[in-house]
Every structure is written in structure tokens, then in C-alpha cells.
Design a protein around this ligand. Structure first.
Ligand code: ZN
Length: 503
């Protein structure tokens, strides 16, 4: 009940104070402003006015033309004896307090602010208290320093980016689609965070699907890391491990347990590859260094390549022969066609009467008047039971159907990758004999892009020795896989080529 009365009387007083003062103020004697005290508190500024008697007051916020803000308190009937007229205040939002005789019966207290602040007033007997609230401090987390960004390439074709941070900022990751000349981007924002001075802001990424990494202070609070992509999306996972934000892309874990990483990303139908280990059985192929037989090298290499294609590219791989057995050239092509393979890779070793030639060359099918290429084709076609004239008719007939353009690209990518890869592995010298065209029967018969790789000269001393080492054959297989991988990429970005695949 008492509380209720209190509310009523307060309300009455408020009402009385605001609306009726002028009627009564004339009759009341003026009070003197005795004292004004200012207290600076962590939560705001407290101003206490002490007068000699009863008074009325009102308060409001006033904005000047210069966009200055004031809290104004008018007190009446009152007069101003000797008190300080200006009080400066040490407060970020309160500049100074001015006290003046506003008119004959009103004393005005004006508090200059740098911005609008909340306040409240309280009157108690002859005292008036004004409390100006400081703005609530924003809960700002301390900014985290980005210490460094490290890029690595876990095999077979992963991309790992480690962002070292001092603390643990928030992060979000998203893909921005490509627009006009701008490539698609993977964006990682970290906040609150900052880059220290002299931070390396750009790095080229040596990955088939990611070209560049950029790091920048995006705004006051946010550090942005951008990966430029060559494809519209990539499989990746990102999370904090201690003070390291780790991005894993193109890894087995990033694509949720699927080993078919590449074809699934690209949505391409490079699912089945037929590898053709040249010769076999009664046909040993070329004989070389220390009696080394071409048929044995090609079979060993075929198995290594099969394993690589399966694990690295997730392809299904079929060999035209799995052991030392004679298989006709027609049959080899027929195997590839029957399985509806997407690519056909024929593996061979070269030889020449002088035993002096060395190097690697890749062929795709075609007519040529290059005597060297014709000689190589003649040797590889030797097991064919067809006369020259008959062969030419077949050639012309089949050439019209051959996927020559795709085969040319495939040959170019394999040749380039193989040479680069072997040189990168410090085999020296590795002679690049280039991409050539010749009428290989085994290639003509196939319905899919097809190439024949002359992986080296078996009768050359150095290359023959290399063929004896499993490690070298392994490197050859890895180089070929890289070429196929790059070919898939070329096809993906050439709309006219895409139709040629898998159909
Ligand atoms: Zn051969």
C-alpha cells in the first residue's frame, strides 16, 4: 500500500512539476544554487546540485546546429550566486558543464556531450541529482594475430593449408562463384584478427585446380584468405587443431571416403582406362640391354600404371593382357571397345639399329610421311597378319572415325607431364622426342581417345639400365598418370572436347 502511495505521489509530483510551475513559481521565493559537484564514475557522470529551498525543474536533450548535443536542466525559481560557471570534465563523452542565469527566474545547467547519452534525474529535498550513463562498452574480443600461412601438397593430389594463429578467432568459409573474368574462390574469414606488418600476402599454388592464395586485412576486424579456383567447387574440410586452422582439400578424407576423387569432382566419364602392355608371348618386341625384352618391361609398367590410376584417379583399369601371352593387335583394340573404355594407353619400348637413340615419344594415330615415325609404326604393327595394301584401306576407313583431336590432346599432356616429371625426379638427361602421328594399327581400331607411348630405348645403354629398375618404372607410371590427369582438366574446359568423351 505504501509503495502504491509512493507511486501516486511521485506521479503527482511529476505532473505538478511539469505543468503547473509557472502559476506557482511567481509566488515562490527564488532559491540559490549553493553547490554543484561532479563525480566521474566508471558507469557515468553524476552531477549533484544543492539549493537553498524548494524548486521546480525540467530536463531535455538539445541538439545545436553544429551537431553538438546538450543535456539541459532548467531550475526555477532560482538565481545563481558566486559558483563556478564552467566545469570541465574528464570523460570521453562528456565535454563540459556550463551553469548560467538563463532568464530572470531560471538557472540553466547545460552539459555538453560528444554524443547522445542516456541520463536520469532524481530530486530529493533541496537536492537534484543528474546521472549521465556512459555508453556500454562493446564486448570486444582481443584481436588474434595471424602468424603465418603454410601450403603443402600431400600426395597424390591434395592441398593442405595451415593458418597459424596466436589465439583462436572465429572463422567462416564459403565459396564465391566465378563472375566474368573472376575465377571461383574459396574464402576463409577469420575474426577478430589482424595481419602483422610485412606479412606475405600472395602465393602461387602449384595445384591443378587451385591457382593462387591471397591473404588480406578485409576490414578492421577480419582477415580474409582467398583461394582462386580453376573449378567451381572443391572438396575440402576445415577445422581448428589447437592454434592452427587447417584446410584439407582434395584429400581422401575431404571427399568422404570416396577414392574416385577426380572423376567425381569433374563429373567426367573418365572411369575406365584400358592399358595395353605391348607385345607378349611369342612376340617379345624389341630386345635390348642385357637381353631385356620389351614385352616384360611393358607388362611390369602396365601393372604399376594400373595401380596408380586406381589409387590416384579412382579409375577402373583393364589390361589387354595380364601375363606373358600373345594377344593380336585387333584383339587389343577389341578389348578396349568391348569394355567401352574411356581411354586407351598402349605401352611400348623403342629400339634402333645403332643403339644410340634415346628419349621418350608419344604417338596418336594418323597418316604421316615421316620415315622415322613410319618405321616405328611398322615395327609395332609387325605382328599384324595383313598386307600393306590391305592395311592402308583399313587405315583410311578407320581414321575417319578415330577420335584424333582428343587423342592428340591426350598424347600432348602425357608427353609433357612425363618429361617434366622425370626431369623433376632428377633423371638426367631425359630427351623429349615429342608428340608424333603414325598409323599404329592398335590405335586405329579403338573407339576412344588412344595413345601409344614409346617409353624409352630398350637398346640404349642408359635407358636400358633405367628399365631394369623398378623405381624408374614407378616414376614412368606416375608421370603418365599426371598426363592423364592434366588431359582430364583440358577436356573439362573445352566444351567441344567434352562431347567426345565417354560417348
Ligand atoms: Zn613395341
Amino acid at each position: 500500500m505504501q509503495r502504491f502511495l509512493g507511486t501516486v505521489s511521485l506521479f503527482f509530483f511529476f505532473f505538478y512539476g511539469i505543468c503547473i510551475p509557472n502559476v506557482y513559481s511567481r509566488t515562490l521565493p527564488k532559491v540559490a544554487i549553493k553547490k554543484i559537484r561532479v563525480y566521474s564514475l566508471p558507469t557515468g557522470i553524476k552531477i549533484k546540485l544543492n539549493t537553498t529551498g524548494k524548486f521546480f525543474y525540467k530536463s531535455f536533450i538539445l541538439s545545436s546546429r553544429k551537431s553538438e548535443k546538450y543535456i539541459v536542466v532548467d531550475i526555477w525559481p532560482a538565481y545563481l550566486p558566486q559558483v563556478r560557471k564552467t566545469i570541465s570534465v574528464r570523460h570521453p563523452q562528456v565535454k563540459k558543464i556550463k551553469i548560467s542565469q538563463f532568464n530572470r527566474k531560471t538557472v540553466r545547467v547545460a552539459i555538453q556531450l560528444t554524443k547522445k547519452l542516456a541520463y536520469n534525474t532524481k530530486k530529493w529535498k533541496n537536492n537534484l541529482t543528474l546521472f549521465i550513463h556512459s555508453p556500454k562498452p562493446l564486448k570486444r574480443k582481443k584481436k588474434t594475430c595471424i602468424l603465418g600461412v603454410k601450403v603443402s601438397y600431400p600426395p597424390p593430389q591434395g592441398l593442405k593449408i595451415i593458418i597459424n594463429t596466436q589465439g583462436k578467432p572465429h572463422f567462416k568459409d564459403f565459396i564465391l562463384p566465378g563472375f566474368k573474368k573472376l575465377s571461383p574462390r574459396l574464402v576463409i574469414d577469420l575474426w577478430p584478427a589482424y595481419l602483422p606488418k610485412g606479412f606475405m600476402k600472395k602465393a602461387n599454388i602449384k595445384h591443378p585446380f587451385v591457382s593462387q592464395l591471397r591473404v588480406a586485412q578485409f576490414n578492421k576486424q577480419t582477415v580474409r584468405i582467398v583461394l582462386s579456383l580453376k573449378i567451381s567447387r572443391i572438396p575440402y574440410k576445415i577445422n581448428f587443431q589447437g592454434n592452427r586452422l587447417i584446410l584439407n582439400a582434395f584429400s581422401a578424407t575431404a571427399s568422404e571416403g570416396s577414392s574416385a576423387i577426380l572423376p567425381s569432382i569433374l563429373g567426367l566419364k573418365i572411369k575406365k582406362v584400358v592399358i595395353d602392355p605391348g607385345h607378349g608371348g611369342r612376340d617379345p618386341g624389341a630386345i635390348g640391354y642385357k637381353g631385356l625384352k620389351e614385352k616384360d618391361i611393358t607388362l611390369k609398367l602396365a601393372y604399376l600404371l594400373k595401380k596408380r590410376l586406381e589409387t590416384d584417379l579412382g579409375c577402373k583399369v583393364i589390361l589387354t593382357r595380364y601375363r606373358d601371352k600373345f594377344v593380336s593387335l585387333e584383339r587389343r583394340a577389341a578389348i578396349a571397345n568391348r569394355h567401352k573404355a574411356d581411354l586407351f594407353i598402349s605401352l611400348h619400348c623403342n629400339a634402333c639399329p645403332s643403339h644410340r637413340l634415346h628419349g621418350i615419344e608419344t604417338y596418336f594415330v594418323g597418316l604421316t610421311d615421316d620415315q622415322y615415325a613410319l618405321a616405328v609404326a611398322a615395327r609395332e604393327n609387325a605382328s599384324l597378319n595383313k598386307g600393306r595394301g590391305e592395311l592402308n584401306d583399313v587405315l583410311l576407313d578407320l581414321l575417319a572415325k578415330a577420335k584424333i583431336k582428343e587423342s592428340a590432346y591426350l598424347a600432348a599432356e602425357i608427353q609433357k607431364s612425363l618429361i617434366q616429371y622425370l626431369r623433376g625426379k632428377r633423371y638426367n638427361p631425359v630427351r623429349d622426342l615429342g608428340v608424333k602421328q603414325a598409323p599404329f594399327y592398335v590405335l586405329i581400331g579403338t573407339d576412344m581417345p588412344a595413345v601409344l607411348i614409346e617409353t624409352g630405348f630398350i637398346d640404349h645403354l642408359r635407358e636400358g639400365r633405367r628399365f631394369c629398375r623398378e623405381r624408374y618404372l614407378q616414376r614412368l607410371a606416375e608421370g603418365i598418370v599426371r598426363g592423364i590427369e592434366n588431359y582430364i582438366k583440358v577436356v573439362k574446359y573445352s566444351p567441344t572436347m567434352e562431347r567426345g568423351i565417354g560417348g
